[in-house]
Design a protein around this ligand. Structure first.
Ligand SMILES: Nc1ncnc2c1ncn2[C@@H]1O[C@H](COP(=O)(O)OP(=O)(O)OP(=O)(O)O)[C@@H](O)[C@H]1O
Length: 338
């Protein structure tokens, strides 16, 4: 499997000023993570754990107050070209070089971000124009018609205003428009959280379709809802307090979670409990830490039922277990992972 993105020890902090004192919110702090061609990765974790900030890092989207503090973020294109976050001097070059063409992002508020008074074809044209000089409205319409048909959306959509579309339709139109230039990686942030269950399934199907048809190679699906992501992801990465704590196949992570945090997360989801697990719904005690001054050692140790001495002192590295499981927890031994 070829790699599409490699993240090594990535740190992305928000700079904050209180009076004259400078603080950093360590929203992404030592993340290691690889995205392969063909992946649909579910990135899960509680609110505030750093998922959206990690999405910004994957987009090379660093501008104040967010700062890239170190590590390696590398994007590898289909034709083998490599882009490194540290090679870019400003966000404008990132936008021009990568966004839309190699990596695309559908933010949490995409549904509302569409200007209600501009027709879909004009919105698509404006998006394409910002990435591809010389593209015409005629060419945009041709391309968009093709894509809409592939995603089972009617052609008339191009001539309507966003407010005339239902939530699920709007979300699929956003997906079609965002991927018109066939980027290698698509990042979607909570794409289904505002939708009813049936519409959610239609949007999930559209995502799978985008990958199947080769409009994108890999998808990162960000959500706090592990039960949604399990429907389409082949792998799940679990994030806690700015770090990835476990990565594995969807089945492994859900059926045999290794990290105590993953276990807590899964047992707190009713829809997963109902499918065969009879342990009852439970909640993870305590709260995620303040990311300005996170606890030493494993960041989960104050909430962990298995915390040992070492957990309070040393942060566990991501370790490879049984060949293909990856976990950052002192309960497990093994060689160093991703
Ligand atoms: N502009 C900002 N300035 C300072 N801190 C920020 C900023 N944006 C986010 N943060 C902080 O960074 C941390 C990670 O936030 P982030 O939005 O990445 O988490 P998340 O997992 O995506 O949360 P959610 O699921 O609620 O969207 C949080 O502590 C948040 O308060």
């Amino acid at each position: 499997m070829s790699e599409r993105m490699i993240l090594e020890n990535v740190r992305a902090y928000y700079r904050q000023l209180k009076g004259t004192t400078e603080y950093f919110v360590k929203a992404v702090d030592g993340v290691n993570f690889t995205i392969y061609d063909g992946d649909i990765i579910g990135l899960v974790g509680e609110s505030g754990c750093g998922k959206s900030t990690l999405a910004k890092a994957l987009m090379f989207d660093f501008h104040p107050p967010l700062e890239f503090k170190g590590g390696r973020i590398e994007l590898i294109t289909r034709d083998g070209k490599r882009f490194n976050a540290s090679q870019f001097k400003g966000i404008d070059t990132v936008k021009k070089t990568l966004w839309g063409k190699h990596i695309a992002y559908v933010p949490q508020d995409a549904l509302n971000a569409l200007m209600p008074t501009i027709k879909i074809k004009k919105i698509a044209y404006d998006i394409l124009r910002s990435h591809e000089k010389g593209i015409t409205l005629k060419k945009t319409i041709e391309l968009l018609k093709e894509r809409l048909a592939e995603l089972d959306l009617p052609e008339y959509v191009i001539d309507v205003y966003p407010f005339q579309l239902s939530g699920g339709m709007r979300q699929r139109v956003v997906l079609a428009m965002t991927t018109l230039l066939t980027p290698e990686v698509l990042i979607v942030d909570e794409p289904t959280s505002a939708l009813d269950v049936i519409t959610q399934k239609i949007v999930l199907k559209a995502l799978v379709q985008l990958k199947k048809l080769g409009f994108v190679d890999s998808i990162v699906f960000i959500t706090h809802d592990i039960s949604t992501v399990r429907q389409i992801a082949n792998r799940i990465a679990v994030m806690y307090a700015g770090r990835i704590v476990e990565v594995g196949s969807t089945e492994q992570v859900i059926n045999e979670p290794l990290h105590p945090y993953t276990e807590g997360l899964i047992h707190s989801v009713p829809s997963i409990e109902l499918e065969g697990k009879e342990k009852g719904i439970s909640y993870i005690p305590g709260h995620p830490p303040n990311l300005i001054n996170p606890p030493a050692g494993c960041r989960f140790h104050p909430r962990c039922p298995h915390a040992m001495d070492i957990c309070r002192k040393e942060a566990p590295p991501l370790m490879k277990i049984n060949g293909n499981r990856i976990v950052a927890c002192w309960l497990y031994g093994g060689e160093k992972g991703e």
